[in-house]
Design a protein. Structure first.
Length: 94
């Protein structure tokens, strides 16, 4: 199994467990020991210290949704700008 954060192979624990750590709230997958200790646990600690509730969606899911929305908005803005420029050009020709 690979770590959903660094993509490296998750090592088998001394007791034989090979499932990795829960990587939430960073991803919906599993984390290796290093990513768990350096990224997942600190993120959870920050959320707790800030008094924020644990998210219901992983941060990577939220970021992907925002990237999709931003891409749609950029296409829409480009189309609007193109239409406005065409209307300006059409008025200038008359």
């Amino acid at each position: 199994m690979k770590c959903s954060i660094c993509k490296k192979q998750i090592e088998i624990e001394a007791n034989g467990y090979e499932g990795g750590h829960n990587a939430f709230p960073l991803t919906d997958g599993k984390a290796c020991d290093i990513c768990n200790e350096t990224q997942v646990v600190p993120m959870r600690a920050v959320l707790l210290r800030m008094g924020r509730p644990m998210p219901t969606e992983s941060l990577t899911s939220v970021v992907k949704d925002q990237q999709k929305a931003r891409a749609i908005a950029n296409v829409s803005l480009k189309q609007i700008a193109k239409e406005v420029n065409q209307k300006k050009n059409n008025k200038g020709e008359k």
